[in-house]
Ligand binder design. Structure first.
Ligand SMILES: O=C(O)[C@H](O)[C@@H](O)[C@H](O)[C@H](O)COP(=O)(O)O
Length: 251
């Protein structure tokens, strides 16, 4: 079994993997609503999670997800219109939120075309979490569940190698630069992601094996280098990072 920082879940195929991930998400939602009356869920874009999102709203196994009490947040977004083919909110709406019965006011698209998208999204987060003082590196919204992906270059969210947002102390920041796959991005940052109660990374397919091994090798070396391996900066304070892998990705 590949040794990654945190807990590694390997399932033979995506069918079984999505069932496990969905069950963990459902449990997180049930606990959140029981304790706080609300479930704050942040979702990534990309190709990998789309069929999982469809499964969440079509599989009877997940009928218990309390969608009416759920707020959907976006982990990162390209600076494109919401109807653009590369828009994450477009994919998430079409795959899931349009079919889940979530109040529209609880689906929080990133205002990527606003003058200051990061500040606007931080303000929306602050309002949703009742945070009245300015965003700082000590008080963070505590999201219940954040689902990340990972690129072949070990980026996650829109935290790309050698990119400015790797060093942001904000909750949300823009990211651009030669290593950021264009167009410019708006992304959750390490401080916000690492403050979450549960963080999972979903990676499937043999195309992710080498990147996962790079993460494992760096963890074994004891010298994390977020510049080259951005996902190595994901270390949730209150729980183990969980890697959800199919056997093809795990090698
Ligand atoms: O906006 C995005 O595309 C995602 O947030 C991004 O970080 C994604 O998770 C990785 O690029 C992996 O993408 P795949 O899952 O499609 O390989």
């Amino acid at each position: 079994m590949i040794k990654l920082p945190g807990t590694v879940v390997v399932k033979p195929d995506t069918e079984a993997l999505f069932e496990k991930l969905g069950a963990d998400l459902l449990h997180s939602a049930e606990v959140a609503v029981e304790k706080r009356g609300v479930f704050h869920l942040a979702l990534s874009g990309g190709g990998t999670p789309e069929p999982f999102y469809v499964r969440l709203v079509t599989d009877p196994l997940f009928r218990g997800i309390p969608w009416a009490q759920t707020h959907i947040w976006i982990v990162d977004e390209r600076c494109v219109p919401e109807d653009h083919e590369k828009s994450n909110i477009k994919m998430i709406r079409e795959a899931m939120t349009d079919h889940a019965g979530i109040p529209a006011s609880q689906v929080h698209a990133m205002p990527v075309l606003a003058d200051d998208p990061a500040a606007e999204y931080e303000a929306t987060l602050a309002e949703a979490f009742g945070i009245t003082d300015a965003p700082s590196d000590s008080n963070h919204p505590v999201l219940d569940f954040i689902l990340l992906g990972m690129g072949g270059d070990c980026h996650t969210a829109s935290l790309f190698p050698e990119s400015p947002a790797l060093h942001s102390t904000r909750w949300i920041d823009t990211n651009d630069g030669e290593k950021v796959v264009p167009p410019p991005r708006v992304t959750m940052t390490y401080p916000l992601i690492n403050a979450a109660r549960h963080v999972g990374v979903l990676a499937v397919g043999v195309g992710k094996t080498a990147a996962l091994q790079s993460v494992a090798d760096q963890a074994a070396s004891g010298s994390p280098d977020i510049e080259q391996i951005p996902i190595s900066g994901i270390a949730p304070k209150s729980s183990d990072l969980i890697w959800y892998l199919d056997q093809a990705a795990a090698g």
